[in-house]
Design a protein around this ligand. Structure first.
Ligand code: HEC
Length: 94
């Protein structure tokens, strides 16, 4: 029983890790990681700093996705809406 429980936790952990990894790969494919890194400043802010800045802002995901799509005050992104949503959602969890 105990080992089953542990196996369950490990599987859940792998799934969570897998989702984060998939979004990071999308961010990389979309070119975001050329100018942003997760935890250090490059040309753009560290993604963790951006996430901290928008903490508690419930419109953050929608605002940022729109900003990236329209290229308003930011290099316009050519990633699909779906990918942008996934990337922004992932960023805001950092
Ligand atoms: C050509 C370089 C470049 C690329 C490519 C790039 N960014 Fe940025 N990004 C910047 C700069 C410069 C800023 C402005 C300084 C800052 O706040 O980090 C910025 C700011 C941001 C912000 C904060 C906006 C705000 O209003 O506070 C977010 C979110 C963001 N970028 C996400 C992304 C995502 C997601 C991608 C990929 C689709 C991406 N960036 C690709 C350079 C880039």
């Amino acid at each position: 029983m105990k080992s089953l429980l542990i196996a369950g936790f490990v599987a859940a952990g792998l799934m969570l890790g897998g989702a984060a990894h998939a979004s990071e790969a999308k961010a990389n494919a979309a070119g975001c990681l050329k100018c942003h890194a997760v935890d250090k400043k490059k040309m753009g802010s560290a993604l963790k700093d951006i996430s901290a800045k928008y903490k508690g802002n419930k419109d953050a995901a929608a605002t940022l996705t729109a900003k990236l799509k329209d290229g308003a005050g930011h290099p316009k992104s050519t990633a699909s809406d779906e990918d942008l949503k996934a990337i922004v959602g992932w960023m805001l969890t950092l």
